[in-house]
Ligand binder design. Structure first.
Ligand SMILES: NC(=O)c1ccc[n+]([C@@H]2O[C@H](COP(=O)([O-])OP(=O)(O)OC[C@H]3O[C@@H](n4cnc5c(N)ncnc54)[C@H](O)[C@@H]3O)[C@@H](O)[C@H]2O)c1
Length: 395
């Protein structure tokens, strides 16, 4: 079958198996190019391992430190004549490359919020790895079925308290418009915290600890975002920001558990705004990212997921000096994004960007290219006119 991108709003409903594998290979190439980590992780559990920051964490651990990795994700498998979601193909591509390098890599596709998938992961770690020394928690999900109550919580991306009006861009059509988003109800805030807050991370760590599957000194990290004032109403001070505050609360409680477990630690890494499936669904943010990419590329400081996580591992988690924390105990690999001169340039462009000048004032072309790459399109060396089998079995 010839597979072409079919973009519908902020998703692409097709994915290219060979393109996804080539994308993963690019990331592996970046990590190898940076050289091995000294005293890097050896046995790693990545929750949310198939795309974005989680996949980058898995690649950085495996190819920067020869780590064995167990990846948990929730992807739609392929069928006869129908493509899978990209994380399915990414994980097959990653696993092939890891096995070819002689590395252990196993995958569990299912709902990480459920007791069943946790039990399956624990069993796999017990049988295959003994213990893990790093747990990366990188889920981004629109819903969570609570494992004890059975209630389905749906997360929303809304402001809190007052409605919010700002510019946004339809990245597919290239139209800049005003969007007004009504504030979330108390229930919506609570639901978003239930999905994207820290409870599930704590459940994972407690389950691992109770089963004695955390190596002495094991670390855990989860990812957050803060960003500039222009996005605060929808992000930092919105429903997702409140959920991220709960993730920070969880980081502190997990940190005490891991400190008592042979001097480990848990913390939040605040990462850069990047094109991923999760961020493309947030109003306002894609326009900010398009401007940010233009400024950071011009400044020579642009990074993608793999550059961010490789730097997090090399300069913080596994550096001789250890992680550098901000006043709230977080690592900041959003530091280059938040530099005053970068933010001043973004702020200067923001009020003047329109549909007409979008291509000149922003890196919308770069945004679109990155977005398509998430689905395996636009990769060098792939012949997209070639017939390809979409149905692939997970390794
Ligand atoms: N994209 C950004 O700009 C950005 C910036 C800073 C921080 N972050 C944070 O990084 C984390 C990861 O986000 P991302 O942008 O890489 O997202 P993503 O959409 O690329 O990845 C999400 C991952 O979670 C998995 N997943 C979702 N629901 C699941 C479930 N129920 N069970 C098992 N796996 C499930 C997916 O399969 C995938 O592997 C999030 O906490 C996000 O807030 C993102």
């Amino acid at each position: 079958m010839i597979i072409r991108p079919k973009v519908r709003g902020f998703v692409c409903v097709t994915a290219h198996p060979a393109g996804c594998a080539a994308h993963v290979d690019e990331w592996i190439g970046h990590v190898k190019g940076k050289g091995p980590l000294k005293n890097g992780p050896k046995k790693v559990l990545v929750i949310g391992a198939s795309t974005g920051y989680g996949l980058a964490s898995r690649v950085a651990a495996a190819f920067g430190s020869n780590a064995a990795t167990l990846g948990i994700f929730f992807e739609r498998p392929s069928e006869e004549g129908r493509t899978a979601t990209p994380g399915w193909y990414n994980s097959i591509g990653f696993t092939r490359a890891a096995h070819a390098a002689g590395l252990y890599a196993k995958n569990i596709n299912g709902d990480a919020f459920s007791n069943e998938i946790k039990a399956q992961a624990l069993e796999t770690i017990k049988n295959d790895l003994g213990q893990v020394d790093l747990v990366v928690y990188s889920l981004a999900s629109p819903r969570r079925t609570h494992p004890t109550t059975g209630v389905v919580h749906k997360s929303v991306l809304k402001p809190v308290g007052v409605s919010y009006t700002n510019k946004t861009v339809d990245t597919d059509k290239g139209i800049v418009s005003q969007v007004t988003i009504d504030p979330a109800s108390d229930q919506e805030v609570a639901d978003t915290v239930a999905v994207m807050g820290g409870e599930d991370w704590e459940l994972w760590i407690n389950a691992l600890k109770s089963a004695n599957l955390l190596a002495p000194g094991a670390q855990s990290v989860a990812y957050s975002y803060i960003g500039p004032e222009v996005t605060w109403a929808i992000y930092k001070n919105g429903t997702i920001g409140i959920a991220k505050n709960d993730l920070e609360r969880a980081a502190k409680s997990i940190d005490s558990i891991l400190k008592a477990n042979g001097g480990g630690r848990a913390f939040i890494s605040v990462n850069k705004a990047l094109v991923t499936q999760a961020s493309s669904a947030i109003p306002v943010v894609p326009l900010y990212i398009s401007i940010l990419y233009k400024i950071m590329k011009a400044a020579g400081t642009h990074e993608g997921c793999i550059e961010q996580i490789q730097r997090l591992f090399a300069d913080h988690m596994y550096s001789a000096r250890g992680p550098v924390f901000d006043e709230a105990g977080r690592v900041r690999v959003d530091d280059w994004e938040m530099r005053p001169e970068i933010q001043a340039s973004v702020a200067a462009i923001w009020p003047r960007v329109t549909t007409e000048n979008l291509a000149a004032e922003t890196d919308i072309a770069g945004y679109r290219g990155e977005f398509l790459k998430l689905f395996g399109f636009g990769l060098k060396g792939i012949d997209y006119e070639q017939d390809i089998e979409p149905h692939m079995t997970m390794l």
